[in-house]
Design a protein around this ligand. Structure first.
Ligand SMILES: C[S@@+](CC[C@H](N)C(=O)[O-])C[C@H]1O[C@@H](n2cnc3c(N)ncnc32)[C@H](O)[C@@H]1O
Length: 377
């Protein structure tokens, strides 16, 4: 969710992104299919390419039981050179369709991420960060011959060095992180439980389904509602499911029909979050000022209305001039809110409510409506 922070507000988007929402999965080779999209049309790429794990034979635990590892044909390449050619081809296809301000994320493990990173730089991408996704519940190293492989790396890059205006929702991330700058190490569990897609046989539909929490952080940090997000390696559609929930448009590319069908059903079941929870974050300083009297002028609150706090312990009368009255005290919504609480200061917007037939409504919500109208002008 887009965060709200003490003293901050959310700016409504200029476009109605819910109605413009669409999610599409294209079945086919991503390089061939991406070449059909217009150049400079995509806002964000998230790519979870084959890892090229180079697994030889069956992986077993010390008790000889089988380990459910990635051993699929889509992860097999004849050599590093073949993997590099493939990497170059899909990265170039992405780069062509990215807007100049777009950014690209690639997730990988030690098997592939260094090769991918070097190729990205060779092609002109400009690395902004590498994010370490630290897994709370990694698979152990069964043979005890190496460290537990407990993380994956995501490279986040701009289309080129001089790229300007890429999206980074710095303030919202900071507000969501106890007002501390968001860091490049993310602690998130693997995808398990109900979130993990299973077939009728109870087996995982896909061996490398990513957690939605990871994708939510990616999309919330580097895209805006209404943006076009693509994923060249759609798999089970994790990126698409999160994109839809967060009001982003989405195109996923997937070669395997079974995965594509599972992803389609998954995404269809997702409900987008309400617009108000997704509106881009603004600090209080950036938000346009709205006076309480404007709520009266616009007929949203009538003089004579009783404002109450959330527990209805205090009731103040709205005057025609936009001040409010509590007993014999008259003043602003903030001043009278402070008087009611016996405190030195109060944000009246988040203290006072009006009573409606559907329950209490915070006056800050009415202010947000005015701000949305202002933003749409
Ligand atoms: C690592 S998985 C992605 C998993 C996905 N992130 C998820 O959460 O389910 C890579 C996917 O890319 C697909 N794939 C591999 N090569 C492809 C290609 N050239 N074009 C389209 N899809 C491809 C594979 O079938 C596989 O489902």
């Amino acid at each position: 969710m887009v965060v709200s922070r003490r003293g901050a507000s959310a700016k409504a988007p200029r476009t109605k992104f819910e109605s413009s929402f669409d999610a599409r999965i294209v079945v086919g080779d991503c390089v061939a299919e991406m070449s059909k999209l217009p150049s400079g049309s995509v806002d964000l790429v998230f790519a979870d390419p084959p890892y090229n794990l180079q697994l030889k034979g069956d992986l077993k635990r010390p008790d000889e039981s089988h380990v459910d590892a990635v051993n699929n044909d889509w992860d097999k390449f004849s050599s590093f050179a073949a993997y590099d050619d493939f990497t170059r081809a899909w990265l170039l296809a992405c780069r062509r369709i990215m807007k100049p301000s777009a950014t690209l994320w690639v997730i990988g493990s030690y098997h592939n991420i260094f090769r991918v990173g070097a190729i990205m730089q060779d092609l002109g991408f400009w690395v902004l960060n590498d994010i370490v996704w630290r897994k709370t519940n990694p698979m152990p190293n069964f043979r005890g011959r190496r460290f537990t492989n407990a993380h994956e790396t995501m490279i986040w890059a701009a289309r080129d060095e001089k790229a300007k205006g890429y999206t980074f929702n710095y303030e919202a991330l900071k507000a969501a992180n106890e007002d501390v700058q968001a860091r490049s190490d993310w602690l998130i569990p693997l995808c398990t439980g109900d979130e993990r897609l299973k077939g009728e046989d109870g087996k995982k539909v896909h061996p490398t389904q990513k957690p939605e929490g990871l994708l939510a952080r990616v999309l919330l940090s580097s895209s805006k509602p209404g943006d076009l997000v693509i994923d060249p390696f759609n798999g089970t559609g994790t990126t698409g499911a999160v994109a839809k929930r967060l009001g982003r448009r989405y195109i996923g590319f997937e070669r395997d029909r079974t995965y594509a069908a599972a992803a389609e059903a998954r995404i269809a079941a997702v409900e987008p979050l309400p617009d108000a929870t997704l509106a881009p974050f603004m600090t209080a300083r950036e938000a346009p000022r709205v006076a309480f009297s404007e709520l009266i002028e616009r007929g949203m609150i009538s003089p004579g209305t009783r404002l109450v706090d959330s527990r209805k312990r205090h009731g103040a009368l709205v005057r025609a001039d936009g001040a409010i009255m509590l007993g014999d005290k008259v003043g602003s919504i903030h001043r009278i809110g402070a008087v009611a609480q016996g405190s030195g200061a109060c944000n009246g917007w988040t203290f006072w409510h009006i009573e409606t037939n559907k329950g209490l409504r915070l006056i800050d919500e009415l202010r947000a409506e005015i701000r949305s109208e202002m933003a749409a002008l």
